[in-house]
Write a protein that binds this ligand. Structure first.
Ligand code: GSH
Length: 447
């Protein structure tokens, strides 16, 4: 007699998917309720990698990860098939299962979204996914499996009860009959399938549980940015956060009288920007942006294709090496603070760098990122307002339509991007700041 045990947690949707598959196949099993906030020795032993449920233990052998478990169930108990027998249709079903796995992070972002902007952004992403699912996946069928449910229905089977609860908690309804009529009908049909009807958490209990979970997630993701109004480095972090619709608290630092928090959390450079995410400090603007990109992969700021990604990273590095304004050794700083022959030389070098950027980096594209901005545009974004002001203060114009037509057009396009248009220093204030700074630097050099 074979032994089948399922380790789960009452409110977990992944665990329910496994229940549905086992029940549809008539496989008897024993259930072990785990406390996911106080994991058992057995759970840790069975799933040392992810340390989570569901875990199916078949004759003493543990299988983890719901999709792997579902495939195992299908192969081990082939009765009442949950995948098409035909290889092509099986591949298509697997595509949609993978689609569900790949897009899960967007639903997580939606669940933990706060603030109108962030919610709107996350809702838009989820709606797009649901639309693809309705148009390309479900089509005119009753279920993804046709007249009866299959593994694809099971994988998306959390949409009826769990996603509905999420929508209530976030306060945004997406899966509606008016916008997604076929997917909405699928939800109603799925709820009528016996194994689903009989095996889902009590809605009120689920709501209460999900509410606590959401509050925890939000508390864990508190986000605070220490910046300074004049800094292109803190501005670029603001652009990245806003592009991704991530809510954050902003602390303006007086760089001549830094807060103890900045000194405590960035003891090495004592500089802004400093990002405090759930109390953990991240500093150096580009490192912060890469961190944001990894934590919130929606609205990607780097191409997905590895080669394109490598090219983007090259230009990020190129900017770090050449197109920056942070140390006295760099050409842009020399152009700003030097006079006479020395400045002429620096201007020539800056022009050469900008030419490389235009010819080799930007090419014929609107943005470095193509039609929309990416990490490379964000990194070079200071060329728009800050460098222009520097040119005015110095009295030498380098980035002109006549000499650098495409880079010049890029600057204009960049200024029109909403997050950039709405987040840059006041030009007059910036001019006054740079003018004063240059006067000081020039006086120091001549004394
Ligand atoms: N490489 C750093 C540069 C940051 C930086 O230079 N920040 C300046 C403001 S624009 C700063 O905090 N200066 C204060 C100081 O140097 O004491 C980054 O990308 O974050």
């Amino acid at each position: 007699m074979e032994e089948v045990k399922l380790h789960g947690f009452w409110s977990n949707p992944y665990y329910h998917k496994v229940i549905w598959a086992l029940k549809l196949k008539g496989v008897e099993y024993d259930y072990v309720e785990e406390d996911i906030f106080n994991k058992s020795e057995l759970l840790l032993k069975y799933n040392p990698v992810y340390k989570n449920i569901p875990i199916l233990v078949h004759d003493g052998k543990p299988i983890t990860e719901s999709v792997a478990i579902l495939e195992y169930i299908e192969e081990t108990w082939p009765q009442s098939p949950l995948l098409p027998t035909d290889a092509y249709h099986k591949a298509i079903a697997r595509f949609w299962i993978q689609f569900g796995v790949d897009k899960a992070c967007y639903f997580h972002s939606f669940f933990r979204a706060t603030g109108e902007e962030e919610k709107e952004k996350a809702a838009k992403e989820v709606l797009e996914i649901l639309k693809i699912l309705e148009d390309q996946g479900l089509g005119e069928k009753k279920f993804f499996g046709g007249d009866t449910i299959n593994l694809v229905d099971i994988v998306f089977g959390w949409l009826p009860h769990w996603f509905e609860t999420m929508e209530q908690l976030v306060g945004v309804k997406l899966l509606e009959a008016s916008t997604l009529p076929r997917l909405h009908a699928w939800v109603q049909n799925l709820k009528e399938v016996d194994v689903i009807k009989e095996n889902h958490p009590d809605p009120q209990k689920l709501f209460a549980d999900a509410k606590i979970m959401r509050e925890r997630l939000i508390a864990n993701q508190s986000m605070r940015l220490h910046g300074a109004w004049l800094s292109p480095f803190s501005c670029r972090v603001i652009w990245a956060l806003k592009l991704k619709g991530i809510a954050f608290e902003y602390i303006e630092e007086d760089l001549s009288n830094k807060t103890p928090l900045l000194l405590q959390y960035n003891p090495i450079h004592k500089k802004i920007p400093l990002l405090l995410h759930s109390g953990k400090p991240v500093y150096e603007s580009m490192i912060i942006i890469k961190y944001i990109e990894e934590m919130w992969p929606h609205t990607p700021l780097l191409p997905t294709d590895p080669y394109e990604r490598a090219i983007a990273r090259f230009w990020v590095k190129f900017a770090e090496d050449n197109v920056h304004f942070t140390d006295f050794a760099c050409y842009f700083y020399s152009f700003f603070q030097a006079t006479g022959e020395e400045q002429e030389k620096a201007a020539k070098e800056v022009l050469e760098i900008l030419k490389i950027l235009e010819d080799q980096g930007l090419g014929e594209k609107k943005f470095f990122g193509g039609d929309t901005i990416n990490l490379v545009d964000i990194e070079h974004g200071w060329l728009a307002h800050w460098f222009e002001t520097i040119e005015q203060v110095v009295g030498v114009k380098l980035l002109e339509a006549s000499t650098l037509p495409r880079l010049h057009a890029w600057v204009q396009n960049l200024k029109e991007v909403d997050v950039i248009k709405e987040n840059h220093p006041d030009p007059q204030k910036l001019f006054a700041y740079f003018k004063n700074l240059r006067e000081k630097l020039v006086a120091n050099r001549s004394s």
